[in-house]
Design a protein around this ligand. Structure first.
Ligand SMILES: Nc1nc2c(ncn2[C@@H]2O[C@H](COP(=O)(O)OP(=O)(O)OP(=O)(O)O)[C@@H](O)[C@H]2O)c(=O)[nH]1
Length: 328
């Protein structure tokens, strides 16, 4: 059983190991819940409702077990706050409470709880109910994985790009932070397939995607397979992000694998071309316009040497048709 302070920056829950957050003002109840679940799950306990909200935001648990009657903030109040937070509103909440009336149970469920367990509870029943909800979560995560990840390369797909690029865009706009959007394309990949076979081409696609993904991961970015051998990516630009260096690292990560490509005109090894645009998101333009410019940059690489990065700041074409460089 771990009791944690909200300021501690805990690791996020992964789908390998479920994390339960138990919020109850009674230490004895927390001990019982922890003893039931600690063998199979990571259990985080918290004695104060308000702290519970902070912890939930911090660790993103898979499931929350919530008492109702607590000093300073009831479980009914807390669930309403939890459901207002975009990053945690999807997390299932089970009330575990001494309140036994049908009205209270109805209220709890109407507030968005997925289950309502009355105290004193039977350990076996609590375990069974929690396991059922975790199984639903497991299934949902699996479905999301199928829906959002490319099965060949295992990087996120176009559908996920649409979701993530939108939220990155909104975040950057709200925080007035620049964002880089770009496209990566493997050079002479048709010839690679023709020379080394489609199966080998598949292996290379996976290697390329994941080598770049590792580079982007370090700077909070992500790569998406949006076409056969075309990948979109974003990089959030925060203080200290050296965008040119990151883009060069992406290109170098592919070259460093030293994958032989004798029919390429760009090199004797497999290389990529990258077009990228940095933008300070504003309401008057959108992701598609920026990606279109990144595509122009990619096209210009493909028309020249390939195996290179063309990177620029977003150019806004105003109503009079003249271009204007947006300062970022
Ligand atoms: N092995 C494999 N090949 C793919 C897959 N998806 C698309 N491709 C191939 O990627 C190649 C893309 O070819 P082109 O669009 O002509 O581009 P390119 O040969 O890379 O030429 P440039 O982009 O101009 O350097 C095609 O031959 C497709 O068959 C895939 O999932 N696996």
């Amino acid at each position: 059983m771990v009791e944690i302070k909200p300021e501690v920056n805990n690791r996020r829950a992964t789908d390998k190991q479920f994390t339960l957050l138990c919020i109850d003002d009674e230490t004895a109840n927390l001990k019982v819940l922890a003893s039931i679940f600690k063998e199979n799950y990571k259990v985080v306990v918290c004695k104060q409702a308000k702290q519970g909200l902070k912890i939930a935001l911090d660790i993103l648990p898979d499931l929350i077990l919530l008492d109702v009657v607590m000093p300073e903030c009831s479980g009914f109040e807390l669930i309403q706050q939890l459901k207002k937070e975009p990053s945690i509103k999807h997390i299932p909440v089970i009330f575990i409470t001494g309140l036994q009336s049908a009205e209270d149970e109805q209220k709890g469920l109407n507030l968005g709880a997925c289950d309502y367990i009355q105290k004193p509870f039977n350990s076996g029943i609590v375990r069974a109910r929690v396991n059922t909800h975790l199984e639903i979560i497991r299934q949902r995560q699996l479905l999301e994985r199928f829906a959002h990840f490319d099965s060949l390369t295992e990087v996120p797909n176009r559908r996920k790009w649409q979701i993530d690029s939108e939220s990155q865009w909104i975040f950057a706009r709200e925080h007035q932070e620049p964002l880089v959007l770009g496209i990566i394309d493997i050079d002479f990949f048709k010839r690679y397939n023709d020379s080394y076979g489609h199966q080998q081409g598949d292996i290379v696609l996976r290697k390329v995607a994941n080598s770049i993904r590792r580079v982007l991961f370090d700077v909070g970015g992500e790569i998406y397979r949006c076409g056969g051998e075309e990948f979109y990516f974003y990089i959030p630009v925060v203080k200290g992000t050296r965008v040119e260096a990151v883009l060069a690292d992406c290109s170098d990560a592919v070259s460093a694998m030293g994958i032989q490509h004798m029919s390429s005109e760009a090199s004797t090894i497999l290389t990529v071309s990258i077009g990228a645009i940095q933008v300070l998101p504003q309401a008057k333009y959108n992701i598609e316009q920026v990606i279109a410019q990144a595509d122009d940059k990619l096209y210009s690489v493909k028309q020249s040497t390939r195996n290179a990065v063309h990177f620029e700041h977003f150019v806004d074409v105003n109503e009079s048709g003249t271009s204007q460089l947006i300062r970022v």
